[in-house]
Design a protein around this ligand. Structure first.
Ligand SMILES: NC(=O)c1ccc[n+]([C@@H]2O[C@H](COP(=O)([O-])OP(=O)(O)OC[C@H]3O[C@@H](n4cnc5c(N)ncnc54)[C@H](O)[C@@H]3O)[C@@H](O)[C@H]2O)c1
Length: 251
């Protein structure tokens, strides 16, 4: 039970990578706070944990609001008395427009969730952890490193997550708080649903991967749990690609 006595918060916990990570932390003995704007999905995640005999609660949270994220952390500490692991994972995909046509309000919406939400999570969780230490994990994307057409808000936000992870690791080192990130490649979750409606397109996207298929959220959650564990005690400030090599080769 590598997370015995630990308390973890996971944002974006109603589906995909977040839900799989809640389950992984709970299996390791953590008490987990599942946070999401989607109450129904978040409560299903908690129910899945309880079915397995684990401990979790759901707190409705909008990570684009600082007040909401601070309240999440306050409630988690109020409920369980401490915070050891913060997984800043909530995110949305990009509206698809050439940069010349990208509506400013749509750009700002993505950045407020994917980028500002991670800042709020680092700030609120870091303050809650500074007496005892802890681990903060941020979800970036391989799209922080390689470009795709028509998705500038997503690129902007995920590039910022990479930079903030490094900067926060430096700021929080004196409190024994590690800050690391993951950069997933194509993972079969809610965020790619819009591509799956077109079977030929989905097959084409999968064929472009190194071994021809999307990853599963559980394959990401295992890496997240490793990064949060004592086995990763000397990992800090870096971002780990979980992409089956997608960012390593020319398409
Ligand atoms: N699936 C992929 O291919 C892929 C690739 C790279 C990065 N990512 C990143 O992984 C993270 C998790 O996404 P996923 O793939 O599991 O997709 P997903 O859509 O299954 O999960 C995202 C979750 O975030 C929640 N969310 C959205 N806005 C929110 C907000 N304002 N406040 C709180 N919760 C909010 C959604 O309700 C959803 O439950 C995201 O940051 C995403 O950008 C995913």
């Amino acid at each position: 039970m590598r997370f015995q006595d630990k308390v973890a918060i996971v944002t974006g916990a109603a589906s995909g990578i977040g839900r799989a990570s809640v389950l992984e932390f709970a299996r390791g003995g953590a008490r987990v706070v599942a946070a999401d704007v989607n109450r129904e999905g978040g409560e299903q995640t908690v129910a899945a944990v309880k079915t397995e005999g684990g401990e979790a609660i759901f707190i409705e949270t909008d990570t684009s609001s600082y007040e909401s994220v601070q309240s999440l952390v306050d409630q988690a500490v109020g409920q369980y008395g401490r915070l050891d692991i913060m997984f800043n994972n909530a995110g949305v995909g990009s509206p698809l427009h050439n940069v010349l046509d990208m509506p400013v309000d749509e750009y700002l919406k993505v950045v407020s969730i994917n980028q500002h939400g991670v800042f709020y999570g680092i700030k609120a969780a870091g303050n809650a952890m500074k007496e005892r230490g802890g681990v903060i994990i941020n979800t970036a994307s391989i799209y922080a490193y390689i470009a795709d057409r028509g998705k500038i808000p997503y690129h902007a936000s995920k590039g910022a997550v990479v930079s903030m992870t490094k900067a926060a690791a430096l700021d929080l080192a004196k409190f024994n708080i590690r800050v690391v990130g993951i950069a997933p490649g194509l993972i079969d979750t809610g965020i790619v649903t819009r591509w799956k409606g077109d079977e030929a397109l989905w097959n084409k996207i999968q064929r472009a991967q190194m071994r021809g298929k999307a990853g599963k959220p559980e394959e990401v959650a295992k890496v997240v749990a490793f990064l949060a564990s004592e086995d990763a005690s000397f990992l800090n400030g870096h971002i780990y690609c979980v992409d089956d090599g997608a960012a390593a080769f020319k398409r």
